[in-house]
Design a protein around this ligand. Structure first.
Ligand SMILES: [Fe+2]
Length: 166
């Protein structure tokens, strides 16, 4: 596998400014599963892996609470301006895709660029951690809607639910 775009320096920077529980429901265990989900989906969708990987670790990193926080997606999209060119290098098209993926990830959209759709599905496939089984109607890509994909992701996500409940 090619080297990930997620450098130690980037992850340290994310951690430094993250306001919530690093191990919480919107923290690093979730991001790590979104990353694995996204890589698996990308094999089928042809999504840009750099965007999928960055989305996994950035889309929730500007959250200010574990509830609705409707502006956390747009905040993450804005924050990207300070990261590109410093921790990673995306061209204009890639940057725009990552911004869209982050800004709109809570809007419930099911159509868009295939890379953006792959990001959203990777996130939604991890809803088991908050007790929600992903509904194919709210997924964007054919591969994510497969029963086998949903079951695979759900089994991994509910492990965190059990862990959090102690
Ligand atoms: Fe998320």
């Amino acid at each position: 596998m090619p080297r990930s775009i997620l450098s130690r320096a980037l992850i340290a920077h994310i951690k430094e400014q993250f306001l919530l529980d690093w191990q919480g429901i919107h923290g690093v265990p979730h991001w790590a599963r979104v990353l694995v989900n996204g890589r698996r989906l990308a094999k089928h969708t042809g999504a840009n892996l750099k965007i999928v990987e960055l989305f996994a670790f950035l889309h929730d990193a500007q959250r200010q609470n574990e509830g609705t926080d409707p502006e956390h997606g747009p905040r993450a999209a804005q924050w990207l301006n300070s990261l590109n060119g410093r921790f990673f290098h995306l061209d204009d098209r890639e940057f725009q895709l990552l911004q869209t993926a982050c800004a709109d990830h809570t809007k419930g959209l099911t159509k868009g660029d295939m890379t953006v759709c792959t990001c959203w599905d990777a996130d939604r496939l991890d809803l088991g951690r908050v007790g929600i089984k992903p509904d194919p109607a709210y997924l964007c890509t054919d591969i994510a809607r497969h029963k086998a994909t949903i079951e695979w992701a759900f089994a991994r996500s509910i492990a965190q639910r059990r862990a959090n409940k102690g």
